[in-house]
Design a protein around this ligand. Structure first.
Ligand SMILES: *Cc1c(COP(=O)(O)O)cnc(C)c1O
Length: 455
C-alpha cells in the first residue's frame, strides 16, 4: 500500500515513510492510494479480539512492515489499556457507549498515540537517527503525546503549555511523567503564544532538520489508521448484542480526525447507516454538513475544550474524497479557503448528520443521563449524546463515542450533577512528584533550550 498527498504534489511513498512525513511537502495530507474493500471479510472478523482485529485492519495498510513486527507493536500499544477489551461497548439507556478512554491518560487520543509512539521507536531503531518531538498544548492533548513516547529510545518530547492556564489535573498528568526523555515547558504566555512559538520554530527548515524536530499532531496518517479499528470493533459488538445489520455512530468532533476514521471504515465496507457529527459552539463542521459552507469563525471556550477549534486539521482528507479524489479540484478549494476563509461544496453527503450542542444542552445531557442511568458522561461525550438523541432511529442502534473519562473534567461534572467525578489514576496524581521548567515567551530561549537538550 502506497500513500499520496491530497494535493497531488508528492510521489507515492510507503507506509513507514508516510508516518515519518506527517504533513506532505506540498501542504496536503497523506492518504492511501486506494482503500481496500473488506466487505467480504466482516464475517470472519466479527469475533476477533481488539488486538486481532487491529492486526487484520492495519496489515492492509502497512505492507512495508513485517507482519510479526506489526503484531508486536499492536500488543505493546494496547497492553497499557486498563480494559481487557481495550475499547469496550457498554449499554446506557437506549444508547451504546464506546468507551475509548481506558488508556494511560483517560482520553481517546491514547488509542492512536500509544501506537504511534511505538511505531516511531520501531522506525528509528530500524533506520537509525533520532526524533525530537515539539508540541504545544492547552492541556488536553499534551499528556497523551507524552504517554505515547515516554521512556522510548531515540525519542525526546518537548511539550509547551501556557504556565498556570491549564487545569491542575491536566498539568499534573503531564508534569508527573519523570522519564529523562520528557521535557515539560511552562511558557509565560497563552496557548496562542505556545502555538506561535511552535509554528515559528518549525518554519525554520534548517533548524528543524539539524535538530530532528517532528510532531505528533492529528494529521499523522498512523493516528487515523489506529482509529479505524474501533469502528469495526464496536459495530461487531453491537451487531451481536442487538441483531441489527446496520449501526450509526455519534462522534464528538473537533479536528475531524476521529470521525474521518469512521468515514474510511464506511468506504472499506463496514455497514454504517449514518455518521453523526457533533460539535459544541465551535460549529464550523456542523454548519458545513448542514449548509455546504465551511467558513472560519472565532474560537469560543466551552466545557469540551478538546473540541474548541477554528479549522479542522483533518477535514482536507474528507474534502479530497468529496472532490472525487481530484487533487487539482481539492487544491483549488483549499487555496480559495486560505484566501477568503470560506469554501463551499455543493450538494450534500447523505452519510452524515450533524448538529451542535451548546453549554446548556451539554450540562442537561450529563444531568439527564445520570438521572436515568447513573452513568456519568464527560462533557465531550455529552455533546455527542445530545446530538445523537436528535437523530435516534428505532431500527438502527446508535453507538456514541466516549472520548474522555469524566474525572478529567470535574468542574463540568460538578456543575451538571453536583458530584465530584473520580478515577484512581487521577486521584494518585495528587501527591505525585513533578518536573517542569518555566520558560519565557521568547523564541530564542526555547531554541536555546532545545539545542542544549538535544546535543
Ligand atoms: C481530541 C478530542 C476530541 C475531538 O477529536 P477530533 O479527532 O479532533 O475530532 C473529542 N474529545 C476529546 C476528549 C478529545 O481529546
Amino acid at each position: 500500500m502506497k500513500y499520496i498527498s491530497t494535493r497531488g504534489g508528492m510521489g507515492p511513498v510507503s507506509f513507514l515513510d508516510a508516518v515519518m512525513t506527517g504533513l506532505a511537502p506540498d501542504g496536503g495530507l497523506l492518504l492511501p492510494e486506494s482503500l481496500p474493500d473488506v466487505s467480504g471479510k466482516l464475517d470472519a472478523w466479527k469475533n476477533l479480539s481488539y488486538q486481532e482485529l487491529a492486526f487484520e485492519v492495519m496489515r492492509l495498510f502497512t505492507t512495508d512492515m513485517p507482519e510479526a513486527n506489526l503484531k508486536r507493536l499492536i500488543e505493546k500499544s494496547y497492553a497499557t489499556f486498563r480494559a481487557s477489551e481495550v475499547t469496550p461497548v457498554v449499554p446506557v439507556g437506549n444508547l451504546h457507549i464506546l468507551e475509548l478512554w481506558h488508556g494511560p491518560t483517560l482520553a481517546f487520543k491514547d488509542v492512536a498515540l500509544q501506537f504511534l509512539g511505538n511505531l516511531f521507536e520501531y522506525i528509528l531503531e530500524k533506520r537509525g537517527g533520532e526524533l525530537n518531538i515539539l508540541g504545544a498544548t492547552s492541556g488536553d492533548t499534551g499528556s497523551a503525546a507524552i504517554y505515547g513516547v515516554h521512556g522510548k529510545k531515540n525519542i525526546r518530547i518537548f511539550i509547551m503549555h501556557p504556565k498556570g492556564r491549564t487545569s491542575p489535573i491536566q498539568e499534573k498528568q503531564m508534569t508527573s511523567v519523570l522519564d529523562d526523555n520528557v521535557f515539560n515547558l511552562a511558557v509565560e504566555g497563552t496557548f496562542d503564544d505556545c502555538q506561535h512559538l511552535m509554528k515559528s520554530i518549525f518554519s525554520d527548515v534548517a533548524f528543524k532538520h539539524e535538530h530532528a524536530l517532528g510532531s505528533v499532531n492529528s494529521v499523522n496518517w498512523a493516528r487515523v489508521l489506529a482509529q479505524i479499528v474501533y469502528y469495526f470493533y464496536a459495530a461487531f459488538r453491537v451487531q451481536k448484542s442487538t441483531g441489527a445489520k446496520e449501526v450509526q455512530f455519534s462522534v464528538p468532533t473537533g479536528n475531524f480526525g476521529d470521525i474521518m476514521a469512521g468515514y474510511l471504515a464506511v468506504q472499506m465496507g463496514l455497514p454504517i447507516k449514518k455518521l453523526i457529527l457533533a460539535t459544541n459552539e465551535n460549529n464550523i463542521l456542523s454548519r458545513f454538513f448542514n449548509t455546504g459552507v465551511y467558513s472560519m469563525g472565532e474560537v469560543v471556550p466551552t466545557l469540551s475544550p478538546s473540541m474548541d477549534i477554528q479549522v479542522a486539521s483533518n477535514f482536507e482528507r474528507y474534502l479530497y474524497y468529496r472532490a472525487g479524489c481530484d487533487s487539482e479540484k481539492l487544491t483549488a478549494l483549499m487555496s480559495g479557503f486560505a484566501k477568503s476563509k470560506s469554501l463551499t461544496v455543493p450538494g450534500a453527503d447523505a452519510l452524515f448528520a450533524a448538529g451542535e450542542a451548546n453549554t446548556v444542552q451539554t450540562l442537561e445531557t450529563i444531568k439527564n443521563v445520570y438521572a436515568e442511568t447513573s452513568y456519568v458522561l464527560d462533557p465531550h461525550t455529552a455533546v455527542g449524546v445530545a446530538v445523537a438523541e436528535r437523530f435516534a432511529d428505532t431500527d438502527v442502534p446508535t453507538i456514541c463515542l466516549a472520548t474522555a473519562h469524566p474525572a478529567k473534567f470535574t468542574d463540568a461534572i460538578e456543575q451538571a450533577i453536583g458530584i465530584t467525578a473520580h478515577h484512581p489514576v487521577l486521584d494518585q496524581l495528587a501527591d505525585a512528584e513533578t518536573r517542569c521548567e518555566t520558560i519565557a515567551n521568547d523564541e530564542a530561549d526555547i531554541r536555546d533550550y532545545l539545542v542544549m537538550k538535544t546535543r
